[in-house]
Design a protein around this ligand. Sequence first.
Ligand code: UT7
Length: 332
Amino acid sequence: MRYSKIVGLGHHVPETVITNQYLSTVMETNDEWIVERTGIKERRWMDPTKDTVGNMAAKAARIALQRASLTEKDIDFIVFATITPDYFFPGSGVLLQRELGLEGIGALDIRNACSGFIYALSVADQFIKSGMYKTILVVGAEIQSTAIDVSTRGRNTAVIFADGAGAAILQPSDKPGILSTHLHSDGRFAEELYVRDPGSSRPREERQPEQILDTTHFKVVMNGNQVFKHAVVRFMEVINEALHANGMKKEDIDLLVPHQANLRISQYIQEKLALRDDQVYNNIMRYGNTTAASIPIAMSEAWAEGKMKENDVICLAAFGSGFTWASALIRW
Ligand code: UT7
């Protein structure tokens, strides 16, 4: 049996640190509210003179390659998860392919928001298991800071979402590796967390910039309460599904790396699974919610801190816009 295995992890975040204190100077909010409701103390925002989704992804990818003792030339396919591509089209996969100088290889874009990295991992896992590709670069990268409404009107999203990139390299292995992945969606809730434009299904005149300047249509709109309520249920469901599929129990998890949505969501899951603090990796305090980038950034940091050891059972889980939710169980 052929499995896939993560052989390298890397991440890159912009240099500019945005503190809660700074946010309280541009909108009606304060450090106490943000820390109490979300756990976030600071996040990174892109510098328009330096950072793009594509080049942050390339930096994360190069670190992952180096840690795996591989080079760009070894990559034969890219799966790129982002909902904030540099262009409306083409997608970010081709920009990363160009940036890394990988002539002609396939590049697939995944648009499943906070669950995007696990969806991407699942696709790459199937390609490796089927024998189609040997070395796949899986990336989650986002620039959310330019799509958030940095005013009191947008404060429920502006304090949460942020920028960064994470990468994983997958290769075949004769022992697991990725044990299973589980993907779900429920589009009835699409508008509970979305950016409406530039959507295609409108009268032509509504896509003209002068008509939309004064709307929130290009900004992130979120019904935070709804998202929170669904998230806590779906996170638990999809983690239990992964454990059940592998004949495991919650006690078998060595490390849970949840999508960094909100520290309160992670703490809720930790309590339900009766995991110790050192069994759940959280870095939302330093980076905020970086959507598809949050899991690979967290995995990259956890690995660098020695928190993922050979044979450990690592559980990834995510919930977000769509709604979509997903999990992956990995034998490290
Ligand atoms: O990645 C997956 C997607 N996202 C998530 O998982 C996020 C899920 N949702 C959440 O994390 C939470 O719903 C939020 C952190 C967004 C909001 O926390 P909440 O406890 O659900 O607050 P709320 O929306 O019920 O708002 C409570 C109050 C409101 O004021 P009033 O109406 O009670 O006077 C808000 O206007 O807090 C106010 N508020 C703020 N106050 C200070 C909302 N945002 C802020 C803010 N600073 N940034």
